[in-house]
Design a protein. Structure first.
Length: 234
């Protein structure tokens, strides 16, 4: 069996999440209004915020340096436009609507911009969180390095273990990939909890599947052999 792969060819799944909506009726001033309640929107926003926290905690740059990168004109505030630019450079794969919602979560006083106090209070983690984030980044960097060494590239590894050839891999497929690449390297495979943590980190949409878009988002950021996640534009 050879892992020297073919070119990474496939159709990217459209990024987004189907949210079930519950319709609720309420009477106000003699007329009925319809409210749309999105059941998973708050969870999705929370996932994006948590992922951003992990990226920031795992960076080798200080929180102040990261804030300064977000603050493009250096006026001490991060505007909505600057925030959108920064998040898109990180490749989190969120929509403009998601970005606006994320901005509102950080902008506590609602003035349309993020100051240093708002930014630091939202992203300043404790030492335990920082250690956990750094450890996760190290594991992801090692996985990318092993895939590049023994399976040509991360994309080729994805396509090889995409058993159904539908542009997605299951958790079971991911377990086989991680185990096999460590076998090829002569290393002991990670434990189940470690593999599950890796899977959950890549699974941005939290749908229990990894699509090629999520895969490329993750391994496009991890720098091979450097064990860290980069904030630089790719």
């Amino acid at each position: 069996m050879s892992y020297k792969g073919t070119s990474a060819v496939g159709t990217l799944n459209a990024l987004g999440q189907s949210n079930s909506a519950n319709l609720k009726g309420s009477t106000q001033k003699g007329r009925t209004t319809i409210k749309t309640v999105t059941s998973s929107s708050s969870q999705w926003e929370s996932n994006v915020l948590e992922r951003l926290r992990v990226l920031i905690a795992a960076s080798t740059k200080s929180l102040q340096e990261i804030f300064n990168e977000f603050d493009e004109d250096g006026n001490g505030y991060v505007t909505l436009v600057e925030f959108r630019n920064a998040i898109r450079r990180l490749g989190l794969g969120v929509t403009s609507r998601d970005l606006d919602s994320l901005m509102h979560q950080i902008d506590r006083n609602g003035d349309g911009k993020i100051d240093w106090l708002e930014f630091s209070s939202k992203f300043k983690g404790n030492s335990y969180d920082s250690r956990m984030a750094a450890r996760a980044a190290n594991r992801m960097a090692k996985l990318k390095e092993l895939m590049n060494l023994h399976m040509t590239s991360a994309n080729d590894a994805f396509h090889f273990f995409d058993i159904e050839k539908d542009g997605r891999i299951t958790f079971a497929d991911f377990c086989k990939l991680v185990t096999r690449v460590h076998e090829l390297a002569g290393d002991k495979a990670p434990t189940y909890p470690v593999i599950k943590d890796l899977f959950d980190t890549i699974d941005v949409r939290k749908d229990g599947m990894l699509d090629l878009h999520e895969w490329q988002q993750t391994f496009g950021r991890v720098e091979q052999g450097n064990s860290r996640i980069s904030f630089k534009t790719t």
